[in-house]
Design a protein around this ligand. Sequence first.
Ligand SMILES: Cc1cc2nc3c(=O)[nH]c(=O)nc-3n(C[C@H](O)[C@H](O)[C@H](O)COP(=O)(O)OP(=O)(O)OC[C@H]3O[C@@H](n4cnc5c(N)ncnc54)[C@H](O)[C@@H]3O)c2cc1C
Length: 443
Amino acid sequence: MLEAACDARIAACAVRRPSDGTLDMEMGLALAFDGIIIGAGVMGASAAMHLASAGMKRLLLLEKGPGVGSGSTGKSSACIRQTYSHYEVCLMAYEALQLFKNWQDFTGLEAPRANFVNCGVLFLVDKDDASVPKILDIHRRVGVKSAVLDDKARLELFPDVDFRAPPAHVVGLSDEAACDVVAVHEHEGGFADPVGTAEDMLDVARRLGAQARFKARVVKILQQGGRIAGIEADIAGQREVIHAPVVVNCAGPWAMGINRLAGVSLPQKLVATRNQIVSKQFPETLRGNIPMIIDMVNGIYCRLEANREQIITGSVREEDEREQVADPDHYNEVADAPFREEKLALLHHRVSTFEARGNITSYAGLYTVNQDDYHPIIDRAPLEGFFPVCGFSGHGFKLSPVVGALVAQKVLGQWGRVTSGVPTGFFNADRPRLTTNWGGVIA
Ligand SMILES: Cc1cc2nc3c(=O)[nH]c(=O)nc-3n(C[C@H](O)[C@H](O)[C@H](O)COP(=O)(O)OP(=O)(O)OC[C@H]3O[C@@H](n4cnc5c(N)ncnc54)[C@H](O)[C@@H]3O)c2cc1C
């Protein structure tokens, strides 16, 4: 593949402002690469790191924003848990967690910025939830360290967390939801800085020779002879054509538009979806360990932020993941007042020693929900040289350090910086629909 890429570089000539998507081979000087990645979120950065590690020498990443993390990544809650409905996804999260834990060794960077916080994860479910034995079985097979907490362990480990049944009057709860809670504790996991994580991975790629250009919006996917030939981009107001035999689409909520530019349609329905977060000051008086909590009973998740100065809360309810956004460049980036009120009330129930006072802020981000089965597509498209890496729904961040390794397998037929045990075909577009235990948000 690399040899073929070099041949293409010699043969190709860059042309400014072509009138259509085909290449004019007669004019211009060659500005050509072995591969182009679209998007500097965690997925583009991971793809760049692993492709460069696997030996792709002339690699270019293009990002329309001014810096790393301009899309989903910059708004991500960046929670890292390993509980999933499928062995393969749990394995991928487990593998990624090992990398987060050993981030400095993994990246080789002197002062990495991912700042992984290993606070553990509490997964709270209804006592009648049939998924618990399945979760524990998958954990055991993968090697995830976890246990169901009894009353004594709950009190010792998490004195500030209220494990009791939510009172029926708590906003948004039906009577059926007022139940006893089973607490599955993942001993390891937590959260990281999402932009720092992407920056670190891109730094590794750059040290290996990859280049990145910002304020560079891909506006055309070029094809020749039925295969990828490069892209046309608007770079700081100038149109430029850049040749490459490989284009990797890591454009997050914009990925569907890039697929359309390439004339590629996937079997899955991918939708840019608005997702809201509430952030509140966290009182200094609470000194116990607050883990990352996924509360399936109250329908929220939460974790600490900014050196324990804040706590952020989002939803795990499928009904909060339905607001489709037609143009990812324009959407309401502030959370709605009813959302803020409801989620804070639920948070106050779960962390009952939490004071009512404190500044509240909120925001909304976008991610691409795969409405078919909530899992990503990491595949080669029927258009030769085009690789969609998209549809990660609300759980892509934690998988990202391993995603690029799968991309390197797809593109070059070899692993990048790590070898994964996840079958490379697991996220193929033509897979059978993957089921989930709890609906979309927790896939
Ligand atoms: C509010 C919120 C909370 C989340 N919480 C979690 C969580 O707790 N745990 C978890 O694992 N995941 C979480 N996620 C999901 C996770 O953040 C995403 O799956 C992940 O960030 C997707 O990364 P990406 O690189 O695919 O996309 P993005 O980060 O969106 O990157 C795509 C990039 O492509 C660029 N781009 C788009 N079009 C073009 C173009 N034409 N030319 C050049 N560049 C272009 C964009 O500017 C953008 O920077 C959350 C997401 C959100 C929004």
